[in-house]
Design a protein around this ligand. Structure first.
Ligand SMILES: *[C@@H]1O[C@H](CO)[C@@H](O)[C@H](O)[C@H]1NC(C)=O
Length: 400
């Protein structure tokens, strides 16, 4: 009976042990399941969150797209505004360019007159004082251009390049068609010229020596013009329009290939005549970067003084002299707007702050020449065969 009891006891023990074992296993599995459930819940929550976020994002994108559509409209308006302002920026950039580049008029005038080449060396010693006297005040007038007030397109006569001018004293008009020749056309008045077709009705004047370039000047019944044959020195010719004779010729030692404005290479040198005298704008050689200015005695064609204007020849199309101040007009090879971008005052009175940056009214062409008439305060321009008159406004120079 005893072994049976032992067996029973041991069986009971074994059963209890097995029960414990299974209970443990169940507990373990239950925990695992709970953990898995937790995880599933977690992933479920996650995916729900993602879904919600995606929804929000979609909503946001739709709203942004709407906003963008609205902004496009206002941006388009802004762009239109910007286009208007580009023009202003262009001007401002030009202005900055001028401010940062060395200004001719901001510097003391360079005197090159002492150079022996000009044949003045021998007289230098004893006339030193006279020269100083001359340097101190070359021009007595006190006006500076402050604006271009109006433009008048008179007519179209002749080729793309040429020059026309009115003698302030006789009121007669002279037309130089093309860039060289020995014939000029004379009209009794601007009105006569504007009324006649082409050069019909004019008096033809045949000159004894041919003119070269659009650099002539007419003043008080005299014609001053530049003559240059191939490989010879430049000559300034003074021609009496009344009697029809050459009264004087002066030689200028400059390179035959040099031209004063890079955009109008046919203009070898440019003359300007006014109350103050006769001015010649020139370049000594093609390697010379700047425009030089000479003051001449209109009666004898003697050279009185020479300056380096520090105004570059590059991209210059024309220049003119008003009151002892040279105004150089610039453009670009792809024609844009002509502008006065460099100013040189022989008396150093016009200072850089005062010197104007002036734009010519927008046109399609480029100036072949610009001639200033001091009595009328007008510029006579030749633009692609059109004869144009610009009226300018003046103000007093700041006398310091
Ligand atoms: C003016 O010059 C152009 C060439 O530049 C020429 O074709 C034209 O015939 C000339 N006109 C007159 C009137 O001389």
């Amino acid at each position: 009976m005893k072994p049976v009891l032992v067996l029973l006891v041991s069986t009971a023990w074994t059963l209890t042990a097995a029960q414990y074992y299974y209970q443990g296993l169940m507990d373990y599995l239950e925990n695992r399941l709970l953990a898995i459930e937790d995880r599933m819940q977690f992933w479920h929550d996650q995916s729900h969150r993602y879904h919600t976020e995606l929804q929000d994002f979609k909503k946001l994108t739709a709203e942004t797209a709407d906003g963008l559509r609205n902004e496009y409209g206002s941006m388009f308006k802004d762009l239109e505004g910007a286009a208007v302002r580009v023009d202003r920026v262009e001007r401002e950039m030009d202005y900055v360019e001028i401010q940062t580049s060395p200004r001719a008029c901001a510097n003391k005038a360079d005197k090159v007159v002492e150079q022996g080449v000009w044949g003045l060396e021998e007289s230098r010693g004893e006339e030193e004082d006279d020269w100083e006297e001359l340097h101190s005040r070359v021009s007595d007038c006190v006006e500076i251009i402050s604006g271009i007030r109006s433009v008048k397109i008179l007519k179209r006569a002749g080729g793309p390049k040429g020059m026309w001018s009115r003698d302030p004293r006789s009121s007669r008009v002279y037309v130089f068609n093309g860039t060289s020749g020995d014939v000029i056309y004379q009209f009794n008045s601007v009105q006569d010229f504007s009324r006649s077709p082409g050069v019909a009705g004019s008096t033809q004047i045949r000159l004894p020596f041919a003119w070269s370039g659009a650099g002539s000047a007419v003043y008080d019944g005299y014609l001053y013009y530049v003559q240059q044959e191939a490989d010879t020195d430049l000559q300034v010719v003074k021609y009496d329009l009344m009697s029809g004779v050459v009264t004087d010729i002066a030689m200028f030692p400059v390179d035959s290939r040099a031209c004063v404005y890079s955009l109008n290479p046919e203009t070898v040198a440019d003359l300007a005549a006014d109350d103050e005298g006769l001015w010649l704008l020139f370049a000594t050689s093609d390697s010379e970067p700047n425009i030089n200015l000479a003051k001449m005695d209109p009666a004898t064609l003697d050279i009185e003084q020479i300056w380096d204007t520090r105004c570059p020849r590059e991209n210059a199309e024309a220049a003119f002299v008003v009151c002892g101040t040279v105004y150089v007009v610039y453009n670009t090879r792809l024609v844009s707007r002509s502008r006065i971008q460099c100013v040189f005052d022989v008396n150093d009175i016009v200072i850089s702050e005062e010197a104007p940056l002036l734009y010519f009214p927008r046109r399609y062409g480029a100036h072949a020449s610009l001639k200033y008439n001091p009595e009328e305060k007008q510029l006579y321009g030749w633009d692609d065969g059109y004869q144009i008159i610009y009226r300018v406004t003046m103000k007093r120079k700041l006398l310091v």
